[in-house]
Write a protein that binds this ligand. Structure first.
Ligand SMILES: Cc1cc2nc3c(=O)[nH]c(=O)nc-3n(C[C@H](O)[C@H](O)[C@H](O)COP(=O)(O)OP(=O)(O)OC[C@H]3O[C@@H](n4cnc5c(N)ncnc54)[C@H](O)[C@@H]3O)c2cc1C
Length: 457
């Protein structure tokens, strides 16, 4: 049995950074944005260098104490909750942007840099980093959950934008994976092994990312649709036309009812699709016209398009307030978010089936989708303390995950597995699951890194 008292007593002399055991700091690291029960770590360590993080991990390894990496705790699946106590390693002081190369269009950052911090750092350089989850997450957390955002159709997710990692292994060694080069055929792709590993294989301390030139012009389009099928058709036609479609965000009619309640306007009873095309100034008007035409042909109505900055903000304003609109449907409700992802050709069928299932269970669940990726989120609105409704929400989550797998999709598009979806991993991965266990066993034989996450018992 690990002697936790001895571990905590000796930790400050084993490391140079900040070790804290006060109850308020433990509480801050006991929880994330998921609905799972909080669990305190025994101590929180905030390293200021990779070497110091490595010393802490070595100390944990010697005492067989669990280590849970902590970014900013915006995760939706409980990944940063230290289920077995131990040490929470908070990366917030690993917060330096070490290098920005406009020539290579890359940057090297420490894992605790947040996406808005990076955005501010890149301002004025003509470059941007395109992965934009709704929260101001840490880059290390975004790597570790395989995060994506609204710009994935054109720029990809974290896995597509990472070149190189520095990682502290379970033995406390510091390793580099990948390189600064744009491509590589050299050896196993260890970089991708750590993407979406949710801190179960090591601690990410530095990340080299790809950057992209800011688009010269943007075209925004908004249209209402009667059916999901029609909205999907508009997006697939637009993609097939070769237009650089950067964003395709969909809000269903339930969510739009929330918008009408929030804005105190009549409910139109339609779904809403918001698009963004990246362009140059010369072709922007033509692209706006083409997008309008394709939306109209697919059955879209009340279509608006513009390439003028102030009108773009206006066209997207409803989408930006989606989370607020959700709350108007059932004030005070707890929100349980789903996150499956399916081939776009299967979207309209799975959404139709899900609507039937939600009606059967009597659940209120507004839907938002990153439509071009086939990734969609139901926000299951559950009355606090209503155990029956919470159970129905869980039933729906499991049902939806099975459906997604059945049509060739995945149980998580961007939030990860964390605690809640571990039980679904066998169903999702079958014979590939033992292979994942072999990797975990090889990299972390004593299971010190984030035990109780991703892989089922
Ligand atoms: C309002 C809101 C909107 C969101 N929208 C999106 C969205 O659009 N797309 C999306 O993908 N996600 C979204 N999320 C989820 C969340 O922001 C992402 O999962 C994000 O990547 C988590 O980053 P974090 O820094 O908060 O990590 P944490 O929550 O702190 O940790 C997440 C996981 O990564 C591990 N981890 C953290 N740092 C490291 C590290 N340095 N090394 C190894 N492991 C580490 C943790 O142990 C944990 O398992 C949203 C969340 C909220 C609250």
């Amino acid at each position: 049995m690990p002697d936790r008292a001895a571990f905590i007593e000796t930790l400050p002399s084993a490391v140079e950074g900040d070790v804290q055991t006060g109850s308020s700091i433990l509480d801050l690291h006991a929880d994330d944005e998921s609905p799972f029960r909080a669990h305190r770590p025994d101590a929180v360590f905030t390293p200021t260098s990779t070497e110091d993080a490595a010393r802490a991990v070595r100390h944990c390894a010697e005492h067989r104490i669990p280590v849970t990496p902590f970014g900013v705790g915006s995760g939706q699946e409980g990944g940063a909750i230290p289920l077995n106590g131990g040490l929470s390693i908070d990366t917030s002081s690993l917060n330096r942007v070490l290098e920005v190369s406009t020539e290579d269009m890359t940057c090297l950052v420490e894992a605790g840099v947040t996406r808005l911090q990076l955005e501010a750092e890149l301002r004025g350089k003509g470059l941007f980093f395109p992965v934009d989850p709704g929260a101001d997450a840490s880059i290390g957390g975004m790597i570790s959950t395989g995060a994506s955002g609204t710009l994935t159709p054109l720029y990809g997710s974290m896995k597509d934008n990472v070149l190189e990692l520095e990682v502290v292994t379970a033995g406390g060694e510091i390793v580099r994976t990948g390189s600064a080069a744009r491509k590589s055929s050299s050896g196993y792709n260890l970089t991708q092994l750590f993407v979406a590993a949710e801190g179960t294989l090591g601690l990410v301390t530095k990340v080299r990312l790809k950057l992209h030139p800011l688009p010269e012009a943007r075209v925004a389009v908004r249209a209402r649709f009667e059916t999901v099928f029609d909205a999907v058709t508009a997006v697939t036609q637009l993609t097939a036309s070769g237009v650089p479609l950067a964003r395709a965000e969909f809000m269903d009619r339930v969510l739009m009812r929330g918008v009408s309640l929030m804005q105190k306007v009549p409910d139109e009873g339609c779904h809403l699709l918001c698009l963004e095309i990246h362009s140059d100034e010369t072709t922007a008007p033509d692209r706006a016209e083409l997008a309008k035409e394709l939306c109209r042909e697919a059955g879209g109505v009340a279509i608006r398009a513009s390439w003028r900055t102030e009108e773009i903000s206006e066209i997207w304003s409803v989408r930006h307030r989606a989370a607020e609109a959700e709350r108007h449907l059932k004030p005070g409700a707890d929100v349980i978010v789903t996150d499956v992802c399916v081939p776009i050709s299967k979207l309209s069928t799975i959404i139709a089936d899900a609507t039937t299932e939600l009606d059967r269970l009597g659940l209120t669940a507004p839907l938002s989708m990153h439509l071009a990726d086939g990734n969609f989120h139901y926000a299951l609105l559950v009355a606090p303390g209503d155990a029956h409704e919470a159970q129905d929400a869980q039933t729906f989550k499991t049902w939806l995950a099975q459906k997604a797998v059945d049509v060739g999709g995945t149980i998580s598009g961007e939030h990860g597995i964390g605690i809640g979806k571990r039980a679904l991993m066998d169903m999702a991965h079958g014979p590939a699951l033992p292979l994942m266990r072999v990797i975990k066993q090889a990299l972390d034989p004593d299971n010190i890194f984030n035990p109780g996450k991703v892989l089922p018992e």
